[in-house]
Design a protein around this ligand. Structure first.
Ligand SMILES: *Cc1c(COP(=O)(O)O)cnc(C)c1O
Ligand SMILES: [Zn+2]
Length: 443
């Protein structure tokens, strides 16, 4: 049976050649559903292991290596791929000790072609756009979606259109969208309003929407879980921890784990921990009341990639949490930036939102939810170069409302050997202990 679009609420089905993101009958979110019975036995660890290191498209991609689980029916020649994925899984003993767990890995999705995990979704979304015969694709974006869409649209020969909020776009992301040649439109509205606008505009003008409401994007993002599991020799960790904004990744991770388990490719489900910024925490609030009630909020956080008050994938994220016995935690901007500073100082580096994974893991260990003997994989969602203003502001202590616990201040020196000697003599070794213990909020 070919893959279909399936409404998660009422079960109505649509063929994959329908231009649809939500159900016409009930408004529910759509999933791309594959024929798991037909795939059972056909997809094996060996099949995916054989493709490791492949030089040939599409299997040289860390998304399309798992083509049978992403979009089985399509002709490989139809795929638009950079290729993406094949990102590193870092073993980080020092950060594990800081978080309070025995084993911590960081899966670095900032190592994708445009510097964020969005590329894994975009290869799926652009491929589907071209299969549908679409000439234009659009998104609303806090930044990374637009950078990725702009690149993949240009690469695939489609027209990209991106809607931004008029302030707080990270410099790296904005410069990418412009450079890759998308039509860039700044709007005096927040992300949530821009997402409504892009959906209105697209249905009125026949443009394909590539926000994470698009189910083909989530299929591509499932590969983060496939790849990290394969990198662990098909042994799942106890926990997968990721930031939650529009909750596309959270949703995709849940579906990926569900499918791997159904297909017998893993023997147990890891638990999912979704971490939100305190000022952008609608999922966390709903979680505290057993998901009885959801209310959008006005979002605020320095981690602009997750500054989202009305996450479109909320129902899918709740489903993912139920499938995986997952949890939701919130962290302050201070905790996010300090965790980022530590990841950066390991020579790994990430953008602010990614700091949630480490900050959240540490908080969940302190709360006794994650046990010290457990294995944790934290997902770093974006590259350190994405948001240079925040990085520099942190180290220079010029950010409002936060104060750097791990600053690396730039020295200035007279052009003499003696001046340099003085600086190097007085320099302390880098440490994982905060510089300003009392100002640093330790949970
Ligand atoms: C998009 C993005 C997020 C949020 O992911 P969702 O799938 O929307 O929850 C987090 N971090 C970075 C760097 C992002 O680009
Ligand atoms: Zn429906």
């Amino acid at each position: 049976m070919p893959s279909i679009l399936h409404c998660m609420d009422c079960g109505r089905q649509y063929p994959t050649n329908a231009v649809a993101y939500t159900c016409e009958t009930c408004g529910g979110l759509l999933d791309v559903q594959h024929d798991l019975d037909a795939l059972r036995g056909m997809v094996t660890h060996e099949l995916f292991d054989q493709r490791l290191g492949s030089l040939d498209a599409p299997y040289n991609s860390g998304v399309w290596r798992y083509k049978e689980l992403i979009y089985p029916d399509i002709d490989p020649a139809a795929i638009i791929s950079r290729p993406e994925g094949n990102t590193n899984l870092y073993h980080t003993p020092k950060l594990a000790a800081w978080a309070g767990v025995r084993t911590l890995y960081l899966k670095h999705e900032g190592e994708n072609p445009t510097g964020s995990f969005k590329d894994r979704g975009m290869t799926g979304g652009l491929t589907q756009a071209r299969l549908l015969g679409m000439e234009r694709v659009a998104c609303a974006s806090t930044g990374n979606t637009s950078a990725s869409l702009a690149a993949y649209a240009a690469f695939g020969g489609l027209r990209g259109i991106v809607l931004f909020q008029n302030k707080q776009i990270a410099l790296g992301k904005l410069s990418q969208a412009i450079a890759y040649g998308a039509t860039c439109i700044r709007i005096a509205a927040d992300f949530d309003r821009n997402l409504e606008l892009v959906r209105e505009m697209s249905s009125a003008l026949g443009i394909y929407v590539l926000n994470s409401v698009n189910p083909f994007r989530l299929e591509g993002q499932k590969s983060i879980v496939f790849e990290l599991t394969q990198q662990l020799r098909w042994q799942v960790p106890d926990w997968i921890v990721c930031p939650g904004g529009n909750l596309g990744n959270s949703s995709a991770f849940g579906k990926a784990l569900y499918e791997l388990h159904q297909l017998g490719l893993i023997d147990r489900l890891p638990r999912l921990a979704i971490i939100q910024a305190e000022g952008s925490n609608p999922l966390y609030r709903a979680y505290q009341h057993g998901f009885e009630h959801f209310a959008p909020i006005k979002a605020e956080t320095i981690a602009s990639a997750i500054k989202i008050g009305n996450p479109v994938n909320y129902p899918k994220a709740v489903r993912a949490l139920r499938w995986t016995d997952g949890v939701v935690e919130q962290v302050s901007d201070q905790e996010i930036l300090d965790a980022k500073a530590l990841i950066d100082a390991q020579g790994i580096g990430c953008e602010p939102a990614s700091g949630c994974s480490l900050a959240g893991a540490r908080k969940l260990v302190a709360a006794g939810v994650i046990k010290p003997h457990e294995t944790v994989v934290g997902v770093l969602t974006g590259h350190v170069l994405k948001d240079p203003d925040v990085t520099i502001g942190y180290h220079e202590n010029t950010l409002e409302g936060t104060s750097a616990a791990y600053p690396n201040q730039i020295h200035t020196a007279e052009p003499t050997l003696e001046a340099l000697r003085q600086i190097l003599l007085n320099e302390a070794a880098p440490s994982l202990t905060p510089k300003q213990q009392d100002e640093h909020r330790v949970s």
